[in-house]
Design a protein around this ligand. Structure first.
Ligand SMILES: Nc1ncnc2c1ncn2[C@@H]1O[C@H](COP(=O)(O)OP(=O)(O)OP(=O)(O)O)[C@@H](O)[C@H]1O
Ligand SMILES: [Mg+2]
Length: 412
């Protein structure tokens, strides 16, 4: 049997994740494959720093996904994230008459307004990743989702959100994927991919912020009136917490364990009388570390990340009240204990963890916040509705599920 498929590939600073979905009858994703592979020191802030290491991890993740879905992945939708990925809202207006003598808006006028709205002068060395049509307006009517073709007006306006990136980091990522024998069929900003898998259309309409806290970077998208209006990325994420804890004289492994098993990002969750014995870096005996100290270190970093969110909201000219659907957090960093409370206190928004939405999954691992980006890439691919005749998914293989699960256990 043949069906179209869409494979999402997310090259993270701690792991490569791959998710495969086959498009259902109405373009809805039917997830059929998933793979993950540890990838340390190959990507930093979304930028490739080790071609061989990343290619090997990407190949492993795709091979795992292939075992589950039962066919070879030839093409992938690739996530692109980091401070080199930015977004700009452009506006284009075409005159169609005057207030006294309005003319009828034609499809050609709308196309010209869209063209003007999307023709932004990008900085040298950058490339457009996506041009998202946001809305239309004529005379005093704004925020229209449909082009006002056939109506009389003095002008028609279109708004287009252009997402662009520095060219070289993207070309390096594409070359890395090609080294694994696969092609890149689409480039998608990480934040938009995460949003596609965890947010509902109503949330995007109402106003919501999506924040993906990974290992090395935090990507953020502000949505309003049904689409994205602002992208941001900071080089501060969960690995920075591990590094902060390391300064207490711990090895990376011990600091990571302390973060995952004991740390909290909220004073209310600190145990005032708890003192932990932790091996000191370099096999130099044991350190006694109080839980309130660990909580203080983690809270400071989480507060700094959340203050970054507030800053970006202000940069959009918005207040927390303009984003009633709140802040939805994905990525492994979203598992930090006490994060939701601290994020709510700092940003003034209602906060929740974002889990990929799916009716059926090949494994429950897909419904974890780490997989939001990879799952969203497949969701967007299915939505685009391209047809590629490929083998249909077969059932999940038990041994494979165990391997993916074992891998995820090493992350926690
Ligand atoms: N229970 C937990 N508490 C705190 N942090 C956690 C927990 N589980 C995982 N993490 C952290 O989540 C991070 C991995 O998340 P994720 O897989 O989203 O990152 P990534 O996509 O590889 O990185 P990036 O997006 O920065 O390239 C690691 O820093 C890991 O320590
Ligand atoms: Mg990530």
């Amino acid at each position: 049997m043949s069906a179209e498929y869409h494979a999402g590939l997310d090259i993270g600073a701690s792991a490569v994740k791959c998710v495969v979905a086959v498009a259902g009858e109405n373009g809805e994703p039917v997830f059929s494959g998933l793979g993950a592979s540890e990838c340390r020191n190959s990507v930093r802030d979304g930028i490739l720093v080790d071609m061989e290491g990343a290619a090997a991890a990407a190949a492993r993740a795709m091979e795992e996904a292939e075992e589950l879905c039962g066919f070879r992945i030839e093409r992938v939708q690739l996530a692109v994230g980091g401070a080199h990925v930015r977004g700009l809202m452009g506006t284009g207006t075409i005159g169609t008459g005057s207030m006294d003598e309005p003319g009828v808006i034609t499809e050609k006028d709308v196309a010209a307004a869209l063209e003007a709205a999307g023709s932004i002068d990008l900085p040298p060395g950058s490339m457009a990743l996506d041009r998202i049509t946001r809305d239309f307006a004529f005379d005093r009517f704004t925020g229209l989702s449909k082009p006002p073709v056939g109506l009389q007006a003095s002008s028609v306006t279109a708004r287009v959100f252009t997402v662009y990136s520095d060219r070289v980091p993207v070309e390096n990522l594409i070359a890395m994927v090609e080294r694994t024998g696969r092609k890149v069929e689409a480039l998608v900003p990480s934040g938009l991919a995460a949003g596609a898998s965890v947010l509902s259309a109503d949330e995007m309409d109402l106003g919501v912020v999506l924040m993906d806290i990974g290992s090395s970077m935090t990507n953020l998208v502000v949505y309003r009136d049904g689409g994205p209006m602002h992208l941001a990325s900071f080089s501060m994420a969960s690995d920075h917490i591990t590094r902060d804890l390391q300064r207490l004289r711990l090895s990376w492994v011990q600091a990571e364990r302390l973060k995952v098993e004991k740390a909290a990002a909220n004073d209310r969750m600190s145990s005032p009388n708890l003192v932990m014995n932790v091996p000191r870096v370099g096999d130099r005996g044991t350190l006694q570390i109080s839980h309130p100290l660990v909580t203080q270190v983690v809270s400071q970093r989480i507060e700094a990340i959340c203050e970054g969110v507030s800053q970006e909201i202000r940069r959009c000219g918005l207040e927390p009240g303009d984003l009633p659907a709140g802040l939805i957090i994905t990525g492994g960093g979203s598992r930090t204990r006490g994060l939701l409370e601290t994020a709510a206190a700092v940003t003034g928004l209602p906060v929740e963890t974002g889990y990929p939405r799916a009716n059926e999954v090949p494994t429950e691992i897909l419904r974890t916040p780490e997989f939001a980006v990879a799952a969203g890439l497949s969701v967007l691919g299915c939505g685009r509705g391209r047809r590629h005749g490929r083998g249909m998914a077969s059932g999940p293989k038990k041994g494979m599920l165990r391997r993916v699960r074992n891998f995820l256990d090493t992350l926690k």
